[in-house]
Design a protein around this ligand. Structure first.
Ligand SMILES: [Fe+2]
Length: 250
């Protein structure tokens, strides 16, 4: 299975998945034009679109895609999302023509947010729930909702490869470096992120195992997280809330 990263808008990511059969599907289209172009140039057959949540920068490309390919099935977490044909719920197993996903509900950023986990290929599309070294802002749910949603990701296999909804990695890194006040703890991952951005123009995908070490919103049991919790006398949830609320003030 191939995954093409499509840069959308200022810092959004959409993804096109396809295999030898030329069947393909799209995750979170913000803009239809570059997606249609890629599909046509590579003679792909677009079958499905999967949406993580209702924000326009994850759905606005659907109309253009349907104009070009009216047969495409739109899967989303809500009938309120325009053109949705199949509404997905927590724990649903949903199949495309080339793989299958387990749907995991992750309320917090929005109430309808879902993520797509392909267990066989160990791939996760995390939308705006988990970013590399960060997480989405809590717009509709509570901090507790988001904390519990991230815990669901933290429980997945370490070798899961993650594709998220935005390129926010450098800003997230700078924020954490300042919080932990020991920049050297982040020097290894900084090198890898800078290499990724310089060589590929993108810091996705990334591996869950590394996130469990460095992403303090995701995992509060890492060495770095434990140090901060002890210093500031915080519980796991308090550390998460402290980080999310502080980042919101920037
Ligand atoms: Fe969003």
């Amino acid at each position: 299975m191939n995954i093409k990263i499509i840069h959308q808008l200022k810092d959004n990511y959409s993804y096109i998945l396809f295999d030898k059969t030329k069947d393909s599907f799209v995750i979170d289209p913000a803009e239809s034009r570059p997606i249609i172009e890629f599909i046509k140039i590579n003679n792909l057959k677009l079958k499905d679109v999967f949406i993580t949540h209702h924000h326009k920068d994850h759905t606005a490309g659907v109309n253009g895609i349907l104009k070009e390919f009216p047969e495409v099935n739109i899967h989303s977490p809500s009938s309120q999302i325009e053109n949705t044909r199949f509404v997905l719920h927590n724990n649903d197993e949903v199949s495309s023509s080339i793989n299958s996903f387990k749907v995991i509900a992750t309320p917090g950023h929005t109430l309808d947010h879902i993520i797509y986990f392909d267990k066989n290929n160990k791939i996760l599309f995390s939308g705006d729930t988990l970013f590399r070294l960060g997480c989405g802002r809590v717009f509709e749910g509570t901090l507790k909702d988001m904390f519990l949603s991230l815990q669901k990701i933290n429980e997945l296999n370490n070798n899961t490869i993650i594709y998220c909804g935005h390129e926010y990695t450098l800003a997230n890194l700078k924020f954490l470096e300042n919080i932990v006040d020991k920049k050297e703890l982040y020097s290894n991952i900084r090198k890898r992120i800078e290499d990724d951005l310089n060589n590929k123009g993108s810091s996705v995908p990334f591996v869950l195992e590394e996130e469990k070490v460095y992403n303090l919103y995701l995992n509060q049991s890492s060495k770095i997280a434990k140090t901060i919790k002890e210093e500031l006398r915080l519980t796991d949830f308090e550390l998460f809330s402290f980080l999310r609320e502080k980042k919101d003030t920037l």
